[in-house]
Design a protein around this ligand. Structure first.
Ligand code: FES
Ligand code: FE2
Length: 341
């Protein structure tokens, strides 16, 4: 399956840039092969338009400015509102611009400090994130990168515990003792989750980040993947420390993913500087990235297309849920009960 060829994926919200990145002007972004321009309106709310001026087709992200809360095209200065409507043709300021001057607009909202975009009528809301509004937790931004890998492969990797011993052997894994935890697998309407305990190596940098002196520790894990671009990994250590990873895998196209990550932690900057916490997780991410970038654009839903092992049950369930959703959200699938019933 190619994610850009399945219409359902155009109906989900995706995190794009951080809102603060729009403070100094409009920015381009590509979502599911669609070029868009993001900018910030007078009230602070973000807006997303097709990155193509309806006048002479130039990119609205190039040499454009935000003027009085409107987006001013860099070529002839037409101005656009957040809904795409052309509000001014500066060469004829006394004439109301006709409707055909409008640029194409997309659904756009801010949440968790990110600009979320949905290309068509949304089938689900932006997901709620654990600990997002919890005053006992601090937020540590970790990274934002473009990975040359398929977004669904990255999502599946978050649910994949059997790679830890090998891919992460220099950070927290041990390849001489492959991890094989008992999984408590659960299905959500729009995703997959697992709960388990995972023994890990606890090397010097993590001993400081966790304030755990032992060279091994136990992670109590809860991992969720929500269709199509959000995963969460909650790690609870024996001390009660919670390291809640929020991962975004926004598909630029079938082979490139806008990869963002931050964490919520219930400790303080004095316990473990955010910079050090982020540095460790960036090393872990670089290990995942290196291996995931060797896969191709296809994410096969046919279970016979690839070989599997017992610990792949989360990925298999993920493929089954994706296959169901290709026919639409549950409430639109013929013959099925609606989610509300
Ligand atoms: S191309 Fe945008 S105003 Fe002319
Ligand atoms: Fe990993």
């Amino acid at each position: 399956m190619l994610i850009t060829e399945e219409p359902i994926f155009r109906r989900f919200w995706y995190p794009t840039l951080r809102l603060e990145e729009l403070a100094d002007g409009p920015k381009p972004f590509t979502l599911l092969k669609e070029d868009i321009v993001l900018w910030q309106q007078a009230d602070g709310a973000p807006a997303a338009l097709e990155d193509k001026c309806p006048h002479r087709s130039v990119k609205l992200s190039v040499d454009s400015l935000v003027v009085d809360g409107t987006l001013r095209c860099g070529y002839h200065g037409w101005r656009f509102a957040g809904d795409g409507g052309c509000v001014l043709v500066p060469q004829t300021p006394d004439l109301a611009p006709p409707a055909r001057n409008a640029a194409k607009a997309y659904h756009c909202r801010e949440r968790y400090g990110y600009v979320w975009v949905c290309l068509e009528e949304p089938v689900r809301d932006i997901p709620d994130l654990p600990h997002a509004d919890d005053p006992g937790f601090r937020q540590v931004f970790e990274y934002q990168e473009t990975w040359d890998a398929n977004a669904l492969r990255i999502g599946e990797n978050a649910l994949d515990l059997s790679h830890v011993s090998f891919v992460h052997r220099e950070t927290f894994g041990e390849d001489e003792s492959p991890v094989s935890p008992d999984l408590d697998l659960f299905e959500m309407e729009d995703g997959v989750g697992i709960r388990c305990y995972v023994p890990v190596a606890n090397r010097e940098d993590q001993q400081k980040n966790l304030n755990i002196a032992d060279d091994h520790t136990l992670r109590k894990m809860k991992i969720t993947w929500r269709l199509p671009a959000v995963f969460t990994i909650r790690i609870t250590y024996p001390t009660g420390l919670i390291h809640q990873i929020i991962g975004f895998t926004t598909p630029i196209d079938d082979e490139r993913t806008h990869r963002c990550q931050f964490v919520y932690r219930n400790d303080t900057e004095a316990d473990a500087p955010g910079e050090n916490v982020a540095a460790f997780d960036r090393r872990v991410a670089a290990e995942d990235r290196r291996i995931l970038e060797t896969t191709g654009p296809d994410y096969p839903l046919d279970l016979h297309a690839e070989a599997h092992m017992v610990l792949d049950r989360p990925g298999i369930l993920m493929r089954q849920i994706l296959a169901d959703w290709l026919d639409g959200p549950p409430e639109e699938r013929a013959g099925l009960e609606t989610a509300a019933e």
